[in-house]
Write a protein that binds this ligand. Structure first.
Ligand code: C2E
Ligand code: MG
Ligand code: MG
Ligand code: MG
Length: 280
């Protein structure tokens, strides 16, 4: 009896594994066509100054309108794209699209920043510098308004190569931000050595500020460290008023999260977050 039950469970597990494997293979195949079929879109989430509540910029977040599965978030396909190399053309499309959008927005809001996520594969892949150089010349954006977000862990891969590239990007006037800070292992020395100007505290630390005493120790420590190194500190994933209050008390510079606004399409972003600034 017990054995039959166990076997049943094993079969279920096996079934689930097969399905998830098939899904991955399917996604991998569909990804090849997705760019040509124009299935990708960027949504934008506001980045807000803590002191004034003003929207200073947008983070571009990739979405895939899958023909059968509906709209997929990056968690469902970025890793596959990295493994297959599809991330290179997709990453180029993301940069081109986000910078064109920034160019349009900067005609009316010249200081607006655009944050674009860049994966380790793109950093090591080769033509990131050329793409940025080309797009920056093409659109004549306000210097210092393109921010590349790089996760802590990808900075640690092949440190020599990455640090040389980061310096070259810095010379183009591109600002670098460490994304998901606190989830990797950056040392202070390391932060000093790379031309990084911003740091984003990972959502997992912000999420349970109200309930976790530990996080109420860690977060102000990260903010203080950021200030000591002259970095602009952003907290991700701010959802509640009490999180906001704590972060403000600790001197966090920038905030991002559902409390201020969800990622939305460019039209809505402009309506909701940019025009508001003007009338206020
Ligand atoms: P990330 O760069 O840390 O982006 C923040 C993620 O947190 C986004 O998820 C955003 O929708 C979500 N978020 C923001 N505020 C809140 C909040 O208050 N509560 C909750 N629960 N979530 C919040 P998303 O869009 O699913 O993106 C996930 C990750 O995928 C991103 O994390 C980034 O690492 C990666 N990604 C997104 N777009 C791109 C891209 O164009 N290229 C690359 N290479 N990676 C991307
Ligand atoms: Mg990011
Ligand atoms: Mg992040
Ligand atoms: Mg994050």
């Amino acid at each position: 009896m017990a054995r039959a039950k166990q076997l049943g469970r094993l079969q279920l597990f096996d079934q689930a594994l097969k399905e998830s494997f098939c899904e991955q293979v399917q996604i991998q195949q569909d990804l090849r066509q997705a760019l040509a079929r124009k299935e990708f879109e960027l949504h934008y989430q506001p980045l807000v100054a803590m002191e004034t509540g003003e929207v200073r910029g947008a983070e571009a977040l990739l979405r895939w309108r899958h023909p059968r599965r509906g709209r997929l978030g990056p968690a469902r396909f970025i890793e596959v794209a990295e493994d297959t190399g599809a991330i290179e053309p997709i990453g180029r499309w993301v940069l081109e699209t986000a910078l064109y959008q920034l160019h349009l927005w900067q005609r009316r809001w010249p200081g607006l920043e655009m944050h674009v996520n860049v994966s380790a594969k793109q950093l090591l892949g080769g033509d990131l510098y050329e793409i940025c150089w080309h797009q920056l010349n093409r659109y004549r954006l306000t210097p210092g308004t393109l921010v590349l977000e790089i996760t802590e862990t990808s900075l640690l891969e092949e440190i020599q190569v990455v640090s040389r590239l980061c310096n070259q990007l810095g010379e183009l006037g591109i600002v670098l931000a460490i994304d998901d800070f606190g989830t990797g292992y950056s040392s202070m020395r390391y932060l000093q050595r790379l031309p990084v100007q911003k740091l984003k505290i990972d959502r997992s630390f912000v999420m349970d500020l109200e309930t976790s005493r530990e996080n109420r120790e860690i977060v102000p420590a990260i903010i203080a460290m950021g200030q000591a190194l002259d970095l602009v500190v952003t907290a991700e994933g701010v959802e509640t008023e009490s999180q906001r209050r704590l972060l403000k008390q600790w001197g966090c510079d920038m905030v991002q999260g559902f409390l201020y606004g969800r990622p939305v399409d460019p039209h809505l972003f402009e309506q909701r977050y940019l025009r508001i600034n003007e009338t206020a």
